[in-house]
Design a protein around this ligand. Structure first.
Ligand code: C2O
Ligand code: CU
Ligand code: CU
Length: 569
């Protein structure tokens, strides 16, 4: 297959359209009475947990099999009726699967690829050797298998897994391949047993993903991927699914709930809040629990970020309802309204702005590229522009909590994690091995003239599977400085490590930025300084990239090699 990594082209269209209809910034949310009173909401699906195949869930060994399949018929439930959508799923299960493990467990994960294209399973957030990390350098061909085996010696966290094949990650995740990995340790076990963290049926994982569906034909609606030019700047749908359903409801009792919020959308940002403006407590970020919980009334999340929140229904009357929403916000690229004197994007002249469509030739290349690995599941038909696409920043109802049962809840959330938790040790910038020579990652977007093609790059380079971009010594502690010199926010992610954020635009980290992070948003014009320690287990070639999957697939990605023995030939 021809490796074209520069396939974005239509940001300008986004920018032109963004000027009209910008929603007001952080306006007070008007309570959506119709949604709160709706009697047609589907019930939230609780995600199915895989069971350990070795038959003993208490030993420190676990074996699982994940088989990726195309054409798994999924019943999509929405307030406006249900339909069937063929999706790509693991183990033919209509829902994303959950794997639970304990810190230190020896994992054996057998992956069978029954797709018609190469795939991998990448273990997002795990500190594991590069040859087990499921990067694009270890593709698993159709009808082939691979066994991943590793041990996770890192704090308990809400992590996940997804395919990571070269240039096909966005599509495979969009079609439905992603799963949840919940790591526990003796600290989370202790906190759960002593009622300092909700557990059991009060510990709920919520996978939030936006999707676009085609027109119904005989009760079937096909997923639409990259059916509009603008999708190449980040695939946005118009239907937000939570655990596979649109706007579901969950019956809760008058106690505290631990919600693990996963933004595993391809490109969408959310500003999560409750419809009554209530505050809630964030106890965990991507890589584990916070040393001290943080009280907030909203949380902004980019693609691939996770938080664990505690929401308290103990003061709610039985019969009351509250919605989890994503508030309206001003999207970063709205600031491009005044493009004439914006120097963030290297546009040569204004005439290019009228030339936002692909030439017929490019269009053909695009659809051929898709067809290489494609199937019947996506439609190539172009839908009407803007239809099926909800812009970042549009307010949307995510789900609803219906308080149905009175209980006495004795949970008292911890105020400080046990002292042995690693998060208490803030890495000291003065002890970084590259102090004074920090590694620099500059994210930019360029119009490169030819027909308005948009490129997404880091340090001016497009991903090359044969090139190592950064060499890192084993066991070193490094400061990385990520700058965004583009007009939109990018979620930066690096494999193999959990970072501590030092500062944003020079302002020392606070709040949830004090938690372990493997992915973090870098807003337009922002600069984020992070510190991390590469551990003995970190060995080989790993990726760093933007986690807007269409940017990643278009080459906004690079390799860093830890130690001398890499994987890239
Ligand atoms: Cu979640 Cu390189 O990926
Ligand atoms: Cu990752
Ligand atoms: Cu990006």
């Amino acid at each position: 297959m021809n490796t074209i990594h520069t396939i974005g082209y239509s940001l300008i269209a986004t920018l032109l359209l963004a000027g009209c209809g910008a929603s007001s910034e952080n306006s007070n949310t008007a309570v959506d009475k119709a949604f709160l009173n709706s009697t047609s909401l589907p019930s939230l699906h609780i995600l199915p947990v895989l069971t350990d195949e070795d038959g003993n869930s208490n030993d420190a060994k676990a074996t699982y099999t994940l088989t990726a399949n195309q054409n798994v018929n999924v019943n999509i439930e929405t307030p406006n009726g249900n339909w069937t959508t063929p999706m790509w799923r693991y183990n033919n299960n209509p829902l994303p699967m959950v794997i639970k493990a304990n810190r230190g467990d020896q994992m054996t994960l057998n992956f069978n690829n029954k797709l018609m294209s190469d795939s991998t399973i990448h273990w997002h957030g795990f500190k594991i050797p590069a040859n087990m990390d499921g990067g694009p350098d270890f593709p698993v061909a159709p009808n082939k298998s691979m066994t991943y085996s590793f041990t996770m010696n890192q704090p308990a966290a809400s992590m996940w897994f997804h395919p990571h094949p070269d240039m096909q990650t966005g599509k495979q995740v969009y079609m439905g391949l992603a799963g949840v990995f919940l790591l526990n340790d003796d600290i989370t076990n202790e906190l759960e047993q002593s009622n300092q963290l909700p557990s059991g049926d009060k510990d709920i994982t919520l996978l939030v993903q936006d999707r676009r569906f085609g027109m119904a034909q005989n009760g079937v609606k096909l997923l639409q991927y990259k059916t509009q030019d603008m999708d190449n700047d980040g695939m946005l749908g118009d239907i937000v699914l939570v655990n596979g359903s649109q706007s579901p409801k969950l019956d809760v009792s008058t106690g505290k709930y631990r919600l693990r919020l996963y933004n595993v959308s391809n490109a969408k940002n959310y500003d999560f809040a409750f419809s009554d403006g209530r505050s809630f407590t964030i106890v965990g970020t991507d890589g584990g629990l916070l040393a001290k919980p943080v009280k907030v009334n909203h949380i902004f999340m980019g693609a691939a970020e996770r938080v664990e929140i505690i929401v308290d229904f103990s003061k709610d009357r039985v019969g009351s309802k509250v919605a989890l929403i994503s508030k309206a916000f001003q999207d970063d690229n709205m600031e491009m309204g005044n493009m004439g004197d914006n120097d963030n994007m290297n546009m040569n002249d204004n005439t290019e702005m009228n030339n936002t469509n692909m030439s017929p030739m490019e269009e053909n290349n695009m659809s051929n590229m898709d067809n290489d690995t494609n199937n019947s599941n996506t439609m190539n038909q172009e839908s009407t522009p803007m239809q099926g696409r909800m812009a970042n920043g549009t307010e949307v109802n995510i789900m609803r909590f219906d308080v149905t049962k009175e209980i006495t809840d004795t949970t008292t959330i911890y105020t400080s994690l046990p002292q042995r938790a690693e998060i208490h040790n803030r890495l000291d910038a003065n002890n970084a091995d590259n102090l004074g020579n920090e590694r620099q990652f500059d994210m930019t977007m360029d119009m490169n003239g030819m027909g308005g093609m948009m490129t997404f790059v880091i340090n001016g380079k497009t991903f090359d599977p044969k090139r190592v971009d950064e060499y890192v010594s084993q066991n070193s502690t490094e400061i990385w400085n990520i700058t965004n010199n583009s007009p939109m926010a990018h979620p930066f992610h690096a494999h193999a490590i959990q970072w501590q954020i030092l500062s944003r635009n020079g302002v020392p980290a606070s709040g949830t930025d004090l938690g372990w992070k493997d992915t973090f948003l870098v807003r337009a014009d922002e600069s984020v300084k992070i510190i991390g320690k590469f551990e003995p287990v970190n060995q080989g070639d790993y990726m760093y990239h933007c986690h807007i999957l269409e940017h990643e697939d278009a080459g906004m990605m690079g390799y860093f090699r830890v130690g001398d023995n890499g994987n890239v030939k």
